[in-house]
Design a binder for this molecule. Structure first.
Ligand code: GPW
Length: 832
């Protein structure tokens, strides 16, 4: 081989400071096309990302080759959302070259922070569900599990949120505008996906009835691959995202003049499929384009999975032994009908055989019980868009109901609840029922949520298939959420217990005994203070507000939703504000209320709550009588990058959803891991967090899920009575309703006041208010004792080992997927 290539090849993989620096300069000039004098920060980001990417490619190919050579069983995580965030620090950290990179940049006169900050935040998701998928990718790669992510390469991720006059305004988020250095386009990996058309019946070669889908529109799904770097760099997995391309009919067609422009229009329209992420979190809009997105990426992924399987196999009997397909909520549930179609129509399998294979291959995760979030597509729409799938769904349903009818004759109400078709009103396909029936395992995402699934949405299915529902409590990756986001605390932890916790978070329990060590407490406080200073500077930059570093940072960061009850927090904020004004001589514990979160653009109530928080902030922050005691900030554009700054700085973590409504929560875990104390209801994973940290180290308040259920069953309650009997609640609500925070439009908040009063207060904000204030008071009292507070904070961090997504993913691997780690063989020179 030509010696120059050889040396260049080694150069590409060198991980020391000199090698990195040389590689940066080479990339800057020859790929970015700039010299060091002309390069912008963004140029440097692209340069560094490309140089880092070089250092994963060989390992990536080794990993893929190992899976292939071992014909390992793979797990395919199908998700409409992957909320990745930035990748530069993540890649460097998982490769173990953060310091080397910093030094190399230093020698070039550059600051690592500036380069890192030039990376856009990849926001291909709305909130918890999409971030969970991203944490799972990190955990699968970090544990050597053969896991692939499959999703959509949206050109526009989640909108950018700005406040104009205190109102949320959405701007398009163009993360791909300057190119994406992490991805590899695969123009040759292309699958056709069909829509519309009709179904033709015919007789197959043995005279059996068979079907083909004809006269359909076609688009192509083109693959883009992003390497997923596991911790330590041993395993590099693949995230494959699909982008819509017009069929080649356009490229190779010849048109007369009229048809040419029509064909161009058609091309543009068909490529709109992967244009934009739907910005709704836990609510369905039922738009045809959304259904098409769901089918588009699911069909392409299944075709890809079958192609990979058929490289080693000639029949489909072994598919369930070689592929586990996990459905991240019902968004890809149409895949059950699609796999049946591929097996029966395209590969000529018998129905029963195909069904057995399908069910053994799929598993389904449910993430919500909220009725408005359970997908139910109109039969008329599926008939039109996916006519063959509608037939298949009918067939699945008929066979299932026939078998069930034989067992439980007469109970028509039960049969209609089990049906895949909701016959009340416009006929709809219940995607949750389809996902349940077509999967061998179905799981909830916290112990409480899984119990409630059994009692509510899937009660009848649970009776029918008692072994199918299982629990997999969510988790978070300790790499991004502690090591990377909180270097101050993670370095402190490592000095005391070593670095084993990074890949085995259960080891963090060794910190428990340090809670009684005064020196450690002091250092723990110092780390928190450093993070609070960093957040205070961020707040000042984003909002112009100066906050007190020595106040309680009381943090509620999550999507804006009535069930998450930001309103409860706002009401407490107002009540506290009033108390502070009434009692100016009392020495108050200073409080900084930090809010952040986006509202779905069409969710008017959530947007009104945003405006209310901004209005309250304006009044409170301009009132000199509470100047040193209370500040309220609503940070714009909450995303993964903002979370990495906010979470390490939090003292108090607000997890205050109406009990029974938050399936799990994962922000609750991130905050506790970073040493925040939780104030929360017994909802979702809060229940398990309490079990792990101990009831003395968490502030629990409010009604339980059972109490909420009983209250609703008995016809609800009268919020007016509750309000009348609580003067501070009454005063806070009166201020809102009389325009104390909206002098320019005194009626602005009537919809909110209405919902909390005559509207019946569906989310029980007023019902839980008094107990919430009691818990807040307890938190403030504790904060007066820094040693006790710190002790409990340390115990929180030390007790979060179980909430690592490594643990979650291992449970899936063993109990649902039956996949096992594969150790890639990396021949060639060593690598740390
Ligand atoms: F409605 N979740 C979410 F279930 O972030 F599909 N978006 C969603 O659209 C849905 C759920 C869906 C969240 C849950 O609200 C949260 O409690 C959970 O921790 C998270 O999914 C991950 O399981």
């Amino acid at each position: 081989m030509d010696a120059r290539f050889k040396s260049r090849d080694i150069e590409r993989r060198s991980l020391d400071v000199d090698g990195l620096k040389r590689s940066f300069l080479e990339w800057l000039v020859y790929s970015v096309g700039k010299d060091a004098r002309a390069a912008t920060r963004r140029d440097w980001f692209h340069t560094v990302a490309l140089a880092v990417r070089d250092r994963v490619v060989d390992r990536w190919m080794d990993t893929t080759r190992s899976y292939y050579q071992e014909d390992a069983k793979r797990v395919y995580y199908l998700s409409l959302e992957f909320l990745i965030g930035r990748l530069l620090t993540n890649s460097l950290s998982n490769l173990g070259i953060v310091d080397e990179c910093r030094q190399a940049l230093d020698r070039l006169g550059l600051s690592m922070e500036d380069v890192v900050d030039a990376e856009p935040d990849a926001a291909l998701g709305n909130g918890g569900l999409g971030r969970l998928a991203a944490c799972f990718l990190d955990s699968m790669a970090s544990q050597g599990l053969p896991g692939y992510g499959y999703g959509i390469r949206y050109e526009f991720g989640l909108f950018e949120q700005r406040f104009e006059n205190g109102w949320q305004v959405e701007y398009p988020e163009q993360w791909l505008q300057f190119g994406n250095p992490w991805e590899f386009a695969r123009p040759e990996v292309l699958y056709p996906v069909q829509f519309y058309g009709r179904v033709e019946e015919f007789r197959d070669s043995v005279g059996e009835r068979a079907y083909r889908w004809v006269d359909a529109d076609r688009v192509l799904a083109m693959a883009y691959d992003t390497p997923v770097v596991g911790y330590g760099g041993e395993t590099i997995n693949t995230l494959r995202l699909w982008s819509a391309r017009a069929t080649r009919d356009f490229n190779f067609g010849h048109f007369n003049d009229g048809a040419y422009m029509k064909a161009v229009e058609q091309k543009i329209l068909s490529e709109n499929l992967s244009r934009v992420l739907y910005p709704n979190d836990a609510t369905e809009t039922g738009k045809e384009l959304r259904l098409k997105q769901e089918y588009f990426f699911t069909s392409a992924s299944l075709q890809d999975i079958l192609r990979r399987y058929l490289q080693h196999h000639t029949t489909f009997d072994n598919l369930p032994n070689k592929a586990a397909i996990q459905l991240n909520d019902t968004h890809p549930a149409i895949g059950i009908a699609e796999l049946m179609r591929l097996l029966v129509d395209q590969h000529a399998l018998r129905w029963d055989n195909a069904w057995e294979i399908t069910r053994a291959t799929f598993a389904y995760t449910n993430h919500t019980l909220l009725p408005e979030a359970l997908e139910a597509w109109p039969v008329r729409m599926i008939e039109r868009v996916l006519p063959r799938h509608m037939q298949i769904i009918y067939e699945i349903n008929a066979k299932f109901l026939n078998r069930t009818k034989a067992k439980a004759a007469g109970d028509n109400a039960r049969l209609s609840r089990l049906s895949l078709i909701d016959e009340r009103g416009e006929r709809r396909v219940r995607m949750g029922n389809l996902a349940f029936l077509g999967s061998h395992k179905v799981n909830g995402v916290s112990a409480l949520h899984t119990d409630l699934m059994k009692q509510t949405v899937f009660a009848d299915f649970h009776e029918e298939f008692p072994d199918r529902i299982n629990n997999k409590t969510n988790g978070i990756t300790p790499r991004r959420w502690l090591k990377q986001a909180n270097p101050a605390l993670s370095e402190l932890i490592t000095t005391r217990i070593g670095e084993g916790w990074i890949s085995d978070l259960s080891q963090i329990a060794a910190l428990r005994e340090k809670a009684d060590d005064v020196v450690f407490r002091e250092e723990f406080r110092r780390a928190k203070r450093k993070n609070k200073k960093r957040l205070a500077a961020y707040i000042a930059r984003q909002t112009g507000e100066e906050v007190l570093v020595d106040s309680i940072f009381d943090v509620q960061v999550k999507r804006m939703h009535e069930y998450k009850r930001q309103l409860l927090n706002v009401l407490h904020t107002i009540a506290l504000y009033n108390e502070m004004r009434d009692n100016p001589t009392v020495s108050w514990v200073p409080v900084t209320k930090v809010f952040a979160g986006k509202a779905a653009p069409s969710y008017h109530m959530a947007k009104l709550i945003i405006k209310l928080i901004n209005d309250v902030a304006k009044v409170v922050n301009h009132d000199p009588s509470v100047h040193d005691n209370l500040k309220v900030v609503l940070l714009p554009n909450y995303n993964v990058t903002a979370a990495e700054i906010i979470i390490p700085a939090a003292d108090l973590s607000e997890q205050i959803s109406t009990a029974g409504m938050e399936a799990s929560g994962t922000g609750n875990m991130k905050l506790a891991l970073n040493g925040a104390l939780t104030i929360g209801t017994l909802d979702g994973a809060n229940v398990e967090i309490r079990e792990h940290v101990g009831p003395d180290n968490i502030f629990i308040f409010g009604m339980t899920a059972d109490e909420v259920n009983d209250l609703r069953a008995s016809g609800g309650f009268n919020p007016r009575e509750v309000i009348a009997s609580n003067p501070s609640l009454k005063r806070a609500l009166d201020m809102i309703s009389t325009g104390a925070f909206s002098p320019d439009d005194r009626n602005r908040y009537h919809p909110i006041v209405q919902a909390l009063t005559d509207g019946g207060d569906h989310f029980l904000v007023t019902a839980d208010f008094a107990d919430y204030c009691r818990a807040q008071e307890a938190a403030m009292q504790l904060y007066r004792d820094p040693e006790e507070w710190t002790r409990k904070a340390i115990l929180n961090t030390a007790s979060m080992g179980w909430f690592s997504s490594d643990r979650t993913v291992n449970e899936y691997a063993e109990e649902v997927w039956d996949v096992h780690p594969v150790k890639p063989s990396h021949d060639g020179e060593g690598f740390r």
